[in-house]
Design a binder for this molecule. Structure first.
Ligand SMILES: C[S@@+](CC[C@H](N)C(=O)[O-])C[C@H]1O[C@@H](n2cnc3c(N)ncnc32)[C@H](O)[C@@H]1O
Length: 208
């Protein structure tokens, strides 16, 4: 599949040919929540509450699958002007909406990229303190393994990543077996119970 086809999928513009009907209908739910609902979302999911324990002033962080920036701006405030936030999403529309808010809010520490999380080569190896991948992997129609490898590549040895799946299969695209396989590739520091698909992970120490 070429990149433009993948982009169409992410934006829900065309029903994917290679997915089951349930997955395809689930896709609609997996599109980022419209930004207009953010005030309601803030009531039960205040963005700082999730990320505050992991992010410090001056750090470099990556918000992969950032949508229109629900967490991006909270990350930018936490890292402050000396820090940097890479905001990455496959959806050009999402990134355009985010860039508008970046300009309006005068944020100088957010670098937005319309790109697949499966190739974030604009981020250097071992340069990121914290990766947020909230609802990303379960929304990726394919190339999930590459995205996981990119997270491992960009994380510092002291860095951490918060991975979460928004929906179980068939709505989400990652089943339990794949989730376990993804986590096996990391050092898992914390994770949710059997029904909660989130984990805080770091890279495994390299075998020499
Ligand atoms: C469930 S939304 C989560 C958005 C955001 N992280 C949040 O918590 O509000 C999933 C996001 O992943 C994006 N996405 C899907 N496939 C992607 C890919 N291959 N690379 C980067 N982003 C992708 C979608 O465009 C969507 O914005």
């Amino acid at each position: 599949m070429d990149m433009s086809e993948e982009k169409h999928k992410a934006m829900g513009e065309k029903q994917p040919k290679d997915q089951t009907k349930a997955q395809a209908s689930g896709w609609l739910f997996l599109r980022r929540p419209p930004a207009v609902l953010d005030p309601i979302r803030r009531l039960f999911e205040p963005p700082r509450r999730l990320i505050e324990p992991y992010v410090k002033k001056g750090q470099v962080v990556a918000d992969l699958g950032c949508g229109s920036g629900y967490y991006t701006f909270a990350l930018a405030e936490l890292v402050g002007p000396e820090g940097r936030v890479y905001a990455v999403d496959l959806s050009e529309k999402g990134i355009q909406a985010l860039e508008k808010k970046v300009d309006e809010g005068g944020y100088h520490n957010i670098e937005a990229h319309a790109s697949s999380a499966s190739d974030v080569s604009f981020i250097k190896d071992r340069s990121v303190d914290f990766v947020l991948a909230n609802g990303l992997l379960c929304s990726m129609a394919d190339h999930r393994e590459s995205a996981v490898n990119e997270i491992k590549r960009i994380l510092k040895s002291t860095g951490q990543a918060y991975l979460s799946l928004g929906f179980p299969t068939p709505l989400g695209l990652v089943d339990q077996a794949e989730w376990e396989k993804i986590l096996e590739g990391f050092r898992v520091k914390r994770r949710g119970g059997s029904l909660e698909k989130w984990a805080v992970v770091s890279v495994k120490p390299e075998v020499v």
